[in-house]
Design a protein around this ligand. Structure first.
Ligand SMILES: Nc1nc2c(c(=O)[nH]1)N[C@H]1C(S)=C(S)[C@@H](COP(=O)(O)OP(=O)(O)OC[C@H]3O[C@@H](n4cnc5c(N)ncnc54)[C@H](O)[C@@H]3O)O[C@H]1N2
Ligand code: MOO
Ligand SMILES: [Mg+2]
Length: 441
């Protein structure tokens, strides 16, 4: 079937590996042109989304000077000489609950009973907690309060604008909305929140050996686990997966399937079929792109315009990972081997999705860690080894390379929270060596 794709075997082995950093630069530059725009969502649905613009305080916060506890609003000067033996006696002119407004100002010799969160009445400059007061009655029957200790001006009052001034920035574009942001946005009246639209990502597995997850195993066949894994990673990146199932090893069927999702997808991710084998169908598509046309005759010209970004990356696992622009769509073709598919996603797809959501700093974050065990496999390319990070008591980090970490293996994927970068050319790395570890969310 691969021979029918138009280019035969010529060019099959003619693939120049680009460095990982170069592949990331190419993908991020492409993703910059794939911004998905913004939308308004109700505040309660904004958690986990990325802000589309800087959001600002719509008032001072707090919006009025308010009591920090239950007590009496007083003029500090009236209490300057107060002591347990000689308390200051103040006439109580009002009682203010949170949400209420005092009808009377606090003038010399008076106080207002006040509850936590209530607006401090005019004239008062301190609040004395209930526990430091006693109720009394003045000759003539008016209510009074005894203050047993001098109050400091400003005590137990949150002044207007203490936390935020009107117009202060609350969060920058690209910020992931966390529960604390939701609280701020609610406080400032953002019933709807402008967030980045979720990129829609079409996911195709390729390989005639693949069975749906629900199917029983059959001789020589395996279930398509990459689609579900990639969909989970897409969701974790704030985007929306469109699962398109498994495609047979037939380039025309693949081209037709890519065209079917064209209008709905912002990005297309495929897994499998990128190496040099007879049935490696995505390599056929990439070779068609190289030769200038991937759709076949009679198709939309805009879709035909196409360009290969790279068809090999200097990394292990995932060296055959390929990328192309098909018209204005970005195609990222990951290896079929689950370990390589996972690493390819972390290094290339997640950064692309972040950038499409307005994140400048889209590449994986890295820490320096000490290898807990040797990785003694030499490699012509930088090797990204699935590891478990151990945060030690002295603040140092150890990286424990996981077993069953071959490209074709899955057991280590679930357990890994980092990719230790073992530089190319070496004999690997010894236990105790310091290495860079890319963090996996
Ligand atoms: N002669 C050479 N052979 C291979 C080379 C090479 O350079 N020369 N590269 C090897 C490397 S490195 C990798 S990585 C793989 C890449 O393979 P493909 O991306 O072409 O993937 P497939 O051939 O389709 O499948 C490989 C493997 O993964 C299984 N697979 C595929 N899709 C899924 C899926 N959706 N869910 C679970 N498992 C999947 C598939 O059955 C195969 O076992 O090529 C090496 N070969
Ligand atoms: O580069 Mo492949 O992904 O090692 O197995
Ligand atoms: Mg293959």
């Amino acid at each position: 079937m691969a021979e029918e794709c138009g280019t035969g075997t010529s060019g099959r082995f003619n693939r120049r590996a680009v460095k990982v950093g170069e592949a990331q630069r190419l993908v991020l530059a492409a993703a910059d042109g794939l911004r998905c725009g913004s939308e308004l969502v109700p505040l309660r649905e904004s958690g986990g989304r990325r802000l589309a613009q800087t959001l600002c305080a719509s008032s001072d916060w707090p919006p009025f000077a308010r009591a920090g506890l239950d007590g009496y609003a007083v003029r500090a000067a009236d209490t300057a000489q107060a002591s347990p033996e000689m308390p200051a006696t103040l006439r109580v002119v009002d009682s203010v609950a949170a949400g209420g407004i005092a009808l009377a100002a606090v003038e010399a010799g008076t106080a207002a009973r006040i509850m936590t969160g209530a607006a401090v009445p005019e004239g008062a400059d301190a609040v004395v907690m209930l526990e430091q007061t006693a109720e009394a009655t003045l000759p003539g029957g008016a209510a009074a309060v005894l203050i047993k200790r001098a109050a400091r001006p400003g005590q137990n009052i949150a002044p207007r604008g203490e936390e935020f001034r009107l117009g202060a920035a609350l969060a920058a574009p690209g910020t992931v909305v966390r529960p604390g942001h939701v609280a701020l946005l609610g406080t400032f009246g953002y019933a709807e929140v402008p967030v980045q639209k979720r990129p829609r990502v079409a996911v195709f597995a390729t390989g005639s050996e693949l069975l749906p997850v629900a199917a029983p195993l059959a001789p020589g066949r395996i279930r398509d686990s990459n689609s579900a894994m990639v969909a989970a990673m897409i969701e974790q990146s704030g985007a929306e997966p469109m699962l398109c199932g498994a495609l047979p090893d037939d380039p025309d069927a693949v081209a037709a399937a890519l065209e079917r999702v064209w209008d709905d997808a912002d990005l297309i991710v495929t897994t499998g079929g990128v190496s040099v084998g007879d049935y490696d169908v995505m390599s056929d598509i990439i070779r068609r792109v190289k030769s200038g046309s991937w759709t076949g005759a009679g198709h939309d010209e805009g879709r035909q315009a196409c360009r290969v970004l790279f068809d090999r990356v200097a990394m292990r696992p995932g060296s055959p990972t390929s990328a192309a622009m098909l018209g204005d769509k970005l195609l990222l073709s990951l290896s079929g081997n689950p370990g390589a598919c996972f690493v390819g996603f972390e290094l290339l797809v997640r950064p692309a999705l972040q950038r499409m959501q307005g994140v400048r700093d889209a590449l994986p974050r890295a820490v320096t860690a000490r290898l807990a065990a040797a990785v003694d496999k030499p490699s012509p390319h930088d090797r990204y080894v699935r590891t478990r990070l151990i945060y030690e008591a002295d603040g140092r980090i150890a990286a424990d390379p996981l077993a069953f970490s071959k490209s074709s293996m899955m057991a280590s994927i679930a357990e890994s929270d980092g990719l230790a970068v073992i530089p190319s050319g070496s004999l690997g790395a010894k236990a105790g060596e310091l290495v860079e570890v890319l963090l996996i969310p």
